[in-house]
Design a protein around this ligand. Structure first.
Ligand SMILES: *Cc1c(COP(=O)(O)O)cnc(C)c1O
Length: 251
């Protein structure tokens, strides 16, 4: 497996065609989000998280220049390196991938949120890491989204806690110093109807909010299914390939 290259970018020459391409694609996605919200009769707009995984730090810099405030990454090593390269930039980093507990310390240094909290052991590790980082640097509390699996069984498993485990995790996050319970995150199951999946997620969110009223976040919707997610109340969208283009294959 080879690592994609990131970092070490030269300053961009005038007439940056990549910046123009990102600008056009970003504009298209913003239009899609606005019309989806209008069609759904929503007066609010979900927050756009641009998923920059596998793409270089220079692209994040271009996106920040285009007004992007939130980016998503799914691998700690890559995210740590890119966020260090952009230190000082006005952008929040969201961790959206499977996370090993031993990476919590690193993630606490740059992440504004972890959207893939799926087990109590990870909650413990994040709480410890965030407290240490708060003492050292005064960082803010970490926003935590519980990732819920919407697969019926082991089938096409794409990560996440079972819906029946959400309440235990929620209680644990809420009682942890330094962590904020933001809500839920999910990925629509492969090959299934995203509408049905996001409708189910909305129901799980409603049950969560009955106990934790502040946990209003619903992070759902990717390039292929953002319209369905907006219809079922997504507050955060995670869009990668429709803005950045296809990712280089790993393998
Ligand atoms: C890669 C990724 C996305 C973005 O997917 P696109 O199809 O490229 O928009 C969103 N969420 C998660 C969890 C991801 O890993």
């Amino acid at each position: 497996m080879t690592s994609p290259e990131f970092g070490n970018e030269q300053p961009e020459p005038a007439g940056d065609t990549r910046a123009a391409e990102l600008s056009d694609r970003l504009e298209l996605v913003r239009h899609r989000i606005e019309s989806a919200a209008r069609d759904a009769g929503r007066s609010d707009l979900p927050r756009l998280i641009v998923v920059t995984k596998f793409h270089p730090a220079a692209d994040v810099r271009r996106l920040v220049a285009l007004g992007v405030k939130d980016v998503g990454e799914n691998r700690d090593q890559e995210a740590a390196s890119k966020s260090a390269e952009l230190s000082g930039a006005d952008v929040r980093w969201h961790f959206i991938g499977q996370l090993q507990s031993n990476k919590a310390k690193s993630v606490a240094k740059y992440a504004a949120s972890v959207q893939s909290v799926d087990r109590t052991q990870l909650v413990d590790a994040l709480a410890k890491a965030v407290l240490r980082e708060k003492d050292a640097t005064g960082r803010n509390d970490l926003d935590c989204f519980i990732q819920v699996s919407l697969d019926d069984d082991a089938g096409a498993h794409r990560g996440g806690a079972r819906p029946s485990d959400v309440e235990v995790l929620a209680g644990k996050i809420e009682s942890a110093d330094g962590l904020v319970l933001s809500g839920l995150m999910a990925v629509a199951p492969l090959g299934a109807d995203p509408e049905a999946a996001f409708e189910r997620l909305a129901g799980i969110s409603e049950a969560l909010r009955a106990v934790h009223p502040a946990a209003t976040g619903i992070s759902a919707g990717m390039s292929q299914d953002l319209e369905a997610a907006v219809r079922f109340g997504a507050t955060h969208l995670r869009i990668g390939s429709d803005i950045l283009g296809s990712r280089p294959a790993v393998g």
